[in-house]
Structure formats: C-alpha cells, structure tokens
Design a binder for this molecule. Sequence first.
Ligand code: AMP
Length: 280
Amino acid sequence: MRVAKTINETQAFLRNVRRDGKTVGLVPTMGAFHDGHLSLMQRARNEEDIVAVSLFVNPTQFGPNEDFDGYTRDFENDARLAQGVGVDLLFAPEAEEMYPDRPLTTVHVDGLTEPLCGAFREGHFDGVTTVCCKLFNIFSPDRAYFGRKDYQQVQVVRRMAIDLNLGVTIVPVPTVREPDGLAMSSRNAYLTAEERAVAPKLYEALQAGANAIRQGACGPDAEALIRDTLAAEPRFGLQYVSALHPETLEPATWSGPPMVLAAAAFLGKARLIDNVLVEA
Ligand code: AMP
C-alpha cells in the first residue's frame, strides 16, 4: 500500500495507473477505522482495479462546539487495517495540504441539506460537499463509496456529483452493525458502558417504525411511534425523528413505502445517528 501525504504524490500515482486503463474507486473517510469503513474498502476492492482511501479529519465540516479536537486519530492502526483489506493508496494529508489558504469557494447543495442533520449542524454539509468536491477533483475516481449510515450525506454528495458533472458515480453501501444492532461509528467510543447498553434502542425504535410503515402507517404516525419508543429511555437527548422520501428527503405524508426513517440523538457525549430505508 502506498501512503501519500501530498496531492502531487497522489496524482502522480494515479496518472501511472490510469495509463494502463485501470478503474479507480475512492473511499473518503476521517479515519478511526471500524468494520463499517472496512466494508466500503472491501466493496471497492471487489469492484475496482485500484482502491484509494482518503483519511482526513476535515475541520470545515465540524461546528465550533463539535468534537473536532477530540476526534479519534490513530494513523498507524488505520494504515494497518487499510493494508489488511488490500487498499492500494492511502491519502492522508495535513490540513495545510488541503487548505493552504483560507478557501473563498464553497460547494453548497440546496434543499437536500435542509432537513435532518442539516437543521442541527449549521455549515456541516457545505464542509462535506466542498471537501468531497476537492477529493473528486484530486482523484477523478470512477466511483466513490459512501455508507448508508450517513443517509443524507449520500443523497447530498450524489446530487452534487450530478449537478456539477463531476463524472463520479456514488455507490451507497449498507450500514454495518454491532451484533446488538448498534450502527458502527467512530463516535461510539465516546459511550460509557451504561450508555453503550442502551444505544441499540435507537435502531430498535427505527425498526419498530419501519414495521409500522410496512403495515401501511403514514410518516407522521411512524415518527410518533419512534419518539414514544425512545421516550422510554430518558438518556437519549433526541434531536430529530423524521420519515422522509428516500430521494427527495421531503416529509413523508403518505402511507406505506417508500420511506426513509432517520433519527439523531445524543447519548452522553456521543451524537448517534441511524436510519432505516423501507423500500417500495
Ligand atoms: P467517517 O470516517 O465517519 O466520515 O465515515 C467514512 C465513510 O464510512 C462514510 O461514507 C460513512 O458513511 C461510512 N460509514 C461509517 N460508519 C459506517 C457503518 N457503520 N456502516 C457502513 N458505512 C459506514
């Protein structure tokens, strides 16, 4: 596995492989790898000639009171794990490499960024889309792999790629879960043992909502059911529970599928998000 700290090194490596007509898949990450990240890399490994991973804790997608400083950073372990699944290129730049000057340009996606996390994390998606646009320009990947766990992120980045003709196909990858159902996340490390024991209830509540949808419930009723289920566990500091159209992310006023049910809640220091897609 090649480790590159600079954009120049990365592009020199990619120029060589492109000359041989090889496909390139990119997996953008912020490190602290768990099996969710590794499943994206494995999927790319199965589908691409060259698998590139970017590891960059992007400061512009964190709000002023968020966990940028405390975010887990363990480059040696991450590099070992990436190598273990056959990654070809690991791009791990310093912030100065990505942002040598204060950027004056931002990529903003309208509409899709307004509900869910967008309503609670001001500027977050502008940070995400801008850094992803930069990464897509640096790598020119054929495909980029994103986890469904960050459901809104997949929709927002996909729309950016289409609207700006970035020439990359966004591949959504299913959420990898702990045996008890908790969606894997780098932020689960913030949970105390007691909080970890109740954390799976977020997914359980979403599943109850999904079952109601399958039986013909409308969006608002599913939301109420999920809220009521979560209210039984006072440690959850609920931010939102939303039933939305899976693509437009508009409120689901109809009954039955298709719908995505998504929720965000603080549990101690960890902000957990999860979602269930109920397909038609
Ligand atoms: P992050 O490092 O948290 O920015 O995540 C990098 C990528 O891994 C994003 O596309 C996430 O959606 C994806 N990801 C994070 N957790 C999971 C998970 N449990 N299952 C699948 N993909 C995940």
